[in-house]
Every structure is written in structure tokens, then in C-alpha cells.
Design a binder for this molecule. Sequence first.
Ligand code: GLU
Length: 308
Amino acid sequence: MSRGRFAPSPTGRLHVGNLRTAMAAWLFARSAGSEFLLRFEDLDHATARREHEDDQRRDLEVLGLHWDGVPVRQSERLERYEDALADLTRKGLTYRCWCSRREIREAASAPHVPSGQYPGTCRHLTAGQIAGREASGKPPALRLRAEAPDVEIVDRLHGSHREVVDDLVLRRGDGTPAYNLVVVVDDDAQAVEEVVRADDLLSSTPRHAHLCDLLGLPRPSWVHVPLVLAPDGERLAKRHGSVTLLDRELLGDTPGRVVAVLAASLGLDVPEAEVMPHELLDRFSDDRLSLAPWTLSPVDLQTRWRRP
Ligand code: GLU
């Protein structure tokens, strides 16, 4: 049985951008007869909260986006991530990095460093330099010794996408394993074959593909769905107005109405005023999906939804 998943960070209520991505992931999985899993990406201690998980589960259930099995939490799977880190370290593919953000920013502004990439300060430290940094007592991050490969992935909507993979952080100085590592480990451990998520993560996906290759894991297939934007062209956020399911309900939108509007925004044919996701399964096909973001109007953010 193949599998898809939705992997929210429990940092607040889901907004319509998150809900639309969840619906797309659900439709891709269910229309292919696949299982659909829920995973809470709760490793950020500063922002992740159990009560947000409960709100997110409730909203998905109310919208008819049911999942299989028991949702997993990344905070309960730390051993797996350490095993993957140990594997990469055994293969000589990691090194410790003591750089602060400011040091990285300053070194990265040097003309020979490609923009956005780690400048490699800690990649080739001498034994003396390492001893000096160890003596500082500052806990190091762990980075991937990537050697800047140019990695191509193929996305079902976007087609081929390439990026040069830099020496990304695998574990932060505070001991937290980094998203780019854990997402790869979890999708493999949960046997996820198709990853559907928002397209702000498309540019990170070559990193995930490269980590799969280095860890000897099969690459899943990827579908990156367009974001929902606010009227100001920014990625939608809570500050933009009535964006959570609760907000929409307070304005008078029923769950079925929210599903209908989100589904129409994905390009599905939705003549009904209200609909539930299971009724959309035989209308769903990926060649209907638009690659353009869905931009909400100021009216969408303040009043009941009519047609998208
Ligand atoms: N946890 C990420 C988010 O909420 C999603 C990561 C993923 O789907 O790979 O944006």
C-alpha cells in the first residue's frame, strides 16, 4: 500500500494555506488508493505545543481530511535521527561547526561564496583551531560535508528542478536535529512514497534527495503545490485576517463551504456550494492543478466566501 502524508508544525492553528496543502495531499493520496498519515513536526521547542496539535487535528477532522493510524511526533523519534547522523558521520560526511549566524553572514558576503550558501569556515579546521573552539565551551552544530553537488529532482507539477546542495546543518548547536534531515528519515521510516507539500519547500528538495542518496534510502516522489498569498503578495499568515477554520466559521462559512472554495482554488470543478473531500475524489487529477499561487482579496479575508 503506498502512502502520502501531511506534516504540519504544531505552532498554531492551521490557516487556509495549510488547509489547502493538507487537502491537496489528502486528494493525491486517497485518489490513488493510498494511505494518508499525519506527522507533527514538533522539534522546535520554542513554538511547538500540544494544544496546537489538538486544534490542528480537530480542523482536519471537521474538514473530512481523515488520516490512517496514530499520528506520530518527531519529538518521540529522536533516536532515529541520531542513527542517521551516526551513519553519515561514519561515512566521513559530517563536521562540527562553531560559526554564529553573524559570522556566517559576514563570511558569506565574500565575493567567492554563492549567495545563501554556507561559506565553509569550519570545513577544514586544523587540530589547533578545533581545540580552540572546543575550549570555548560553545556546543557545535553538525554540518553535512556536501562538496557542492548539483542535484536534480523531478516534481510531478514543476518537472525538473536543480540546486547546488551546500553544507547544510544536520543538527543544531542546541542538539535539535534539523528539518532537512528529519524529514528524510521520517518519510522513509513511515514508508511515504509521495510527498505533497507547499512549493516554498521546492528549493530544499534537492537537499532531501541528496540525503536520501547518502543514507541509501529510496527517494520518494514529490509534488509541490502553490502557496496561498495575501492581497499584499506575501505568503498568507494569521495577521492577514480571517484565515483559520475557526475564523471562517465565525464569519458564517460552513466546513463544506471552506472545502468547496479550497477545492475550486486548486482547479477542481466544484458546482456545489458545499462539498466534502471524499465527494471530490473522482474529479481530482493532477493535470488540473494550477502552478500559480492563489491570491486572496481583502474581501476574502473579511467576509463570508462566495466563489473563488
Ligand atoms: N512542517 C513543515 C511545515 O509545516 C512541512 C514540511 C514537509 O511537508 O516536508 O511547513
